[in-house]
Design a protein around this ligand. Structure first.
Ligand code: NAD
Ligand code: ZN
Length: 250
């Protein structure tokens, strides 16, 4: 791993326009389980039964009780880890411009990244399905499920359920950044959900170095990404930042 950390630090040291694409894996060390793989939420519940917009519309009480309440509890307790902080440090160093994330936990912003594109929305807010009024998730009264707006409508999180489309501005901007970037860091994503998984393909085709950070290989490994730094996001980012600070003393 040390060798690939040094390689990543070297590639980043020469970059001015790096972009990161992150997935659930970067938040695992913050105590938020991923959807797929070991310990993932999908081992316990079926996404088709709980995470589609159809499922929510058909039975909001069930989806609130099983999925949304649990996510709220978990996200409320989470804080950025060394992986998020490492990306914030890269931005501070003038290397990284933007984080494109599939996560809904808001931890990149908490870590200090100013430019974050959220493909799947953010769990920090809820919206009334009848009148569109917004309410911070922390202020939702959970004594009645599903929680209701004063107008009588039901609150839903401002996240994208399966079957809903990615906000078009997020997609357009991410595509553009993927074309322009000189390095793309792909951190903690299984790269199976499209169109997010397509961004590294765009980056690679346009000449960027694509670096994966993940304890496991993904479908990008060995084809789209130049190399995989195999390990947890926290320890790998800590190593990369230490090496970069050695290469580029402040
Ligand atoms: P995923 O659940 O499909 O895959 C997680 C990936 O993270 C895997 O490749 C796994 O090997 C890797 N991983 C596990 N531990 C890691 C660690 N410590 N460091 C680095 N990588 C690690 O996640 P995904 O690809 O992001 O895809 C799916 C969807 O899950 C997204 O749509 C996202 O909205 C949603 N999701 C978000 C959160 C969150 O906001 N934190 C949590 C769960 C799911
Ligand atoms: Zn309302």
């Amino acid at each position: 791993m040390q060798e690939s950390i040094q390689r990543a630090a070297k590639d980043l040291a020469g970059a001015e326009n790096a972009v990161a694409l992150t997935g659930a894996g970067i938040s695992v060390e913050s105590g938020i389980p991923p959807f797929r793989g070991k310990g993932g939420i999908w081992e316990k519940i079926d996404p088709m039964e709980y995470a589609t917009i159809e499922a929510f519309m058909a039975d909001p009480v069930k989806v609130w009780n099983v999925l949304i309440k649990e996510m709220k509890t978990i996200i409320d307790q989470a804080a950025p880890n060394e992986g998020h902080k490492g990306l914030a440090r890269l931005a501070e160093m003038g290397i990284l411009t933007t984080v494109i994330t599939q996560n809904v936990d808001g931890l990149h912003q908490l870590a200090g990244n100013a430019d974050v594109i959220e493909f799947h929305g953010n769990f920090a807010w809820h919206r009334c399905m009848a009148c569109d009024a917004r309410l911070e998730t922390g202020k939702i009264d959970l004594s009645r499920i599903p929680p209701q707006c004063p107008c009588g409508g039901i609150y839903r999180p401002e996240v994208i359920f399966f079957g809903e489309s990615i906000p078009p501005e997020a997609l357009t901007r991410s595509r553009k950044l993927s074309v322009q970037c000189d390095v793309m860091l792909v951190v903690g994503t299984s790269a199976t959900v499209h169109p997010a998984a397509y961004m590294p393909v765009i980056a690679k085709r346009n000449g960027a170095v694509v670096i994966e950070i993940n304890p496991e290989p993904s479908p990008l490994t060995g084809s789209v990404s130049d190399y995989l730094v195999r390990g947890n996001a926290g320890e790998v980012m800590t190593g990369i930042i230490a090496e970069l600070e050695r290469l580029r003393p402040a």
